[in-house]
Write a protein that binds this ligand. Structure first.
Ligand SMILES: CC(C)(COP(=O)(O)OP(=O)(O)OC[C@H]1O[C@@H](n2cnc3c(N)ncnc32)[C@H](O)[C@@H]1OP(=O)(O)O)[C@@H](O)C(=O)NCCC(=O)NCCS
Length: 203
């Protein structure tokens, strides 16, 4: 459950590289974690979550684990483009328990410049406590603040938790693509969801 209305607020720390598009403070959560912009020192925590998701779920359509160097390059690239990478940090001293970010949609073709696609992953032992919802709710505000028009989520059709979470946050299912992926020896259906963030004319 989101508690941004009654939670104390803390300003976002500016990233050393000047990355991120954050213009508003994020809620400091009262349920044992805080959201903030990622720093390079968070890369190992982000990687551990991602590699566990890759190894154990169909949430990500690959079975190749990433290296620390690859994840660090990803973080730097996102920041260089001004895209936010948010982390949820467990308190006290529980490390990174979730992360979320958005980036270019469909390879960044110019005509898609007002649309971004996000990803969100929560550490296995921290799931079901509202961390994912809080991260995506914050990303929605980041996308609005960055002047984006549409936020897209691509979710494996068997991922009922993620589908439920996105629909609860206001995303609408717009496509079901049968058998576009494969992993663990079976075909995977992809569900596309989107949220239109405003009614402004295109720029
Ligand atoms: C999907 C994920 C990001 C959600 O984050 P989370 O912190 O676990 O989720 P939250 O606690 O914020 O909310 C989950 C919601 O789904 C509900 N839920 C849990 N299990 C469910 C299930 N099997 N089916 C339907 N809904 C379910 C919860 O009850 C909650 O809804 P509620 O607030 O109405 O009760 C997280 O579980 C995760 O990282 N999973 C593995 C990787 C992954 O799937 N990433 C997303 C790729 S699109």
């Amino acid at each position: 459950m989101l508690r941004s209305a009654d939670a104390p607020m803390r300003p976002l720390a500016a990233s050393p590289a000047g990355g991120g598009t954050c213009v508003s403070p994020l809620p400091s959560h009262q349920s044992g974690w805080v959201l903030r912009m990622a720093e390079e020192a968070d890369t190992a925590g982000i990687l551990a979550i991602l590699n566990d998701v890759i190894a154990t779920t169909t949430a990500v359509y690959t079975d190749r684990l990433e290296t620390l160097e690859e994840r660090l390059a990803w973080l730097r690239h996102r920041r260089a483009l001004g895209y936010p990478v948010l982390v949820a940090e467990g308190l006290p001293g529980d490390g990174i328990i979730g992360f979320a970010s958005f980036g270019d949609f469909r390879g960044g073709w110019a005509g898609f410049r007002n649309t971004v696609e996000h990803s969100v992953h929560v550490r296995a032992d921290a799931r079901g406590r509202g961390v994912g919802q809080t991260l995506v709710a914050a990303l929605i505000e980041q996308a609005r603040a960055a002047g984006k028009h549409v936020l897209v989520a691509s979710v494996d059709a068997s991922n009922e938790r993620s589908l439920h979470m996105h629909e609860k946050l206001g995303f609408r299912r717009v496509a079901h693509m049968p058998q576009v992926g494969c992993k663990f020896g079976r075909w995977l259906d992809l569900v596309m969801l989107q949220m239109v963030l405003g009614d402004e004319p295109p720029t």
